[in-house]
Write a protein that binds this ligand. Structure first.
Ligand SMILES: *Cc1c(COP(=O)(O)O)cnc(C)c1O
Length: 462
């Protein structure tokens, strides 16, 4: 017998409760997809076997977090769970002031409205849908200052989330520091394929911004996953703890917006965190109008408790090793059968390169949307388009944005699926890849005004 040489990692948890899934036939899925207008966002969850649509709010909570729900203090004001969350924010992220919000976009909304004036520019390491929209609704213009490597799906740069300092500096020189209320830095940049930013780059951006008196706000949604990449990839960080790395990352920024539905192992929640008292004052005022009182921000006490406990579980290195290890496992399988994916494999998702997967389709035939639909038909696996549909239209000219990257995202919920689910997923992608030449594109038949990828409808091209 051949000897097993590889030492595998395994999950640092066992399963206590299960959720049964409905198994569907190809005819079932054909019907469901038709009804959903070929948009995986419009499928009923019941009709999905393995749901890789998003890692947002889809996490499995631990028994400790579930127990935490029972100690929810549902007082309207001054809930003890708020103070628990505040304590963990101070301890792990290091920011001074906390404003809870129902989810990440609640924080983005307030930050954008408070800091952005009409005609301002907000540089960032690639756009994120809700982040950019809130910047634009506040009268600002987003400017992408990510390094060029991020737009190349095969470039193996270990920190493709880095900011190009020259791009940032020339924007500052062109429009002037006064027109830049802050730089928005995202960790493990979602739209680039879940790619991290390095500590060195964060430090350099801080230096440049301090020179010009420009603030930095961190999209800390996946900052802990980014911290793990710094630990394993960046020189000098191998022996530092995840907690130390996260604290250092945050120390180069003036505050953060947070979607706790990702890193923090909960199903709902978010916050705005700040070091500046005046901005905090305004946010605390504004949250009452849009979210709820400043000690609950649209959340139940129990949700804040689950978040506070989630911070402590998510920062564990064993957790992150299994979390990112699972994504890498699927990535390696797909690479071994020659499926084109974004490299290096990201922290939360595998991104199929739809332009290479379906080279016979024009971008206006929505290759990524098409591929996501085909993968569902094949196997009941739900994924998401991250390409021309997600990119939307230019607000001035009304034309489609034509992003360089046309991707299908297979996003892994934290602590939800097993290795066998991963194997089934890789096999389904392989099956679609084998019949790729017969696949026809789509046509958009309904287009909503904002964030169109959520609700747009399509039909098959003849
Ligand atoms: C999800 C997400 C947001 C928005 O947060 P919601 O909780 O969905 O409102 C912002 N930025 C990034 C990077 C995200 O992934």
């Amino acid at each position: 017998m051949e000897k097993l040489k590889k030492r595998s990692w395994a999950e640092p948890f066992k399963i206590k409760s299960v959720e049964l899934l409905k198994m569907t036939t190809r005819e079932d899925r054909e019907r469901a997809l038709e009804e959903a207008g070929y948009n995986t966002f419009l499928l009923k969850s019941e009709d999905v076997y393995i749901d890789l649509l998003t890692d947002s709010g889809t996490n499995a909570m631990s028994d400790v977090q579930w127990a935490g729900l029972m100690v929810g203090d549902e007082a309207y004001a001054g809930s003890k769970n708020f103070y628990h969350l505040e304590e963990k924010l101070h301890q792990y992220y290091g920011y001074k002031y906390l404003v809870p919000t129902h989810q990440g976009r609640g924080a983005e909304h307030m930050l954008s409205q408070i800091l952005i004036k009409k005609g301002d520019y907000i540089p960032g390491n690639m756009y994120f849908t809700t982040t950019r929209l809130h910047q634009e609704l506040a009268g600002g213009t987003f400017v992408d200052v990510i390094i060029d490597e991020a737009h190349d799906p095969t470039n193996l740069h270990p920190f493709k989330g880095n900011i190009d300092l020259q791009k940032l500096e020339s924007l500052i020189n062109k429009v002037g520091a006064k027109k830049i209320p802050y730089v928005c830095i995202a960790a493990t940049v979602n739209m680039a394929g879940g790619q991290p930013i390095s500590m060195e780059n964060l430090r350099q951006v801080r230096e440049l911004c301090s020179k010009h008196g420009i603030k930095i706000f961190f999209d800390a949604t996946r900052a802990m996953e980014n911290a793990y990449f710094i630990k394993v990839r960046e020189q000098g960080y191998g022996n530092k703890s995840m907690a130390e790395i996260l604290r250092e990352m945050c120390s180069y920024t003036d505050g953060c917006t947070m979607s706790a539905k990702k890193d923090l192992l909960v199903n709902i929640g978010g916050f705005l965190a700040l070091n500046d008292y005046d901005i905090f004052e305004e946010a605390r005022n504004m949250v009452v109008v849009y979210e709820g009182l400043h000690t609950y921000g649209g959340l139940a006490g129990r949700d804040m408790e689950a978040m506070a406990l989630g911070i402590v579980e998510a920062i564990q290195e064993d957790h992150m090793k299994a979390r990112i290890g699972q994504v890498e496992y699927v990535g390696e399988k797909l690479q071994s059968i020659g499926v084109p994916i974004v490299l290096p494999v990201g922290g939360h998702a595998i991104f199929l390169d739809a332009k290479k997967f379906l080279p016979h389709l024009q971008q206006i035939e929505f290759p990524a949307q098409t591929l996501a639909a085909e993968l569902y038909l094949e196997s009941g696996i739900r994924s998401m388009e991250r390409g021309i549909v997600s990119a939307g239209r230019n607000k001035d000219t009304g034309d489609h944005y034509y992003p360089k990257l046309e991707l299908v995202r297979l996003t892994f919920p934290r602590r939800v699926y097993t290795q066998a689910h991963c194997d089934v997923t890789a096999e389904a992608v392989e099956a679609v890849y084998e019949r790729r030449n017969e696949i026809k594109g789509l046509e958009m038949v309904y287009e909503p005004k904002y964030l169109r990828f959520f609700q747009a409808r399509f039909k098959r091209k003849m």
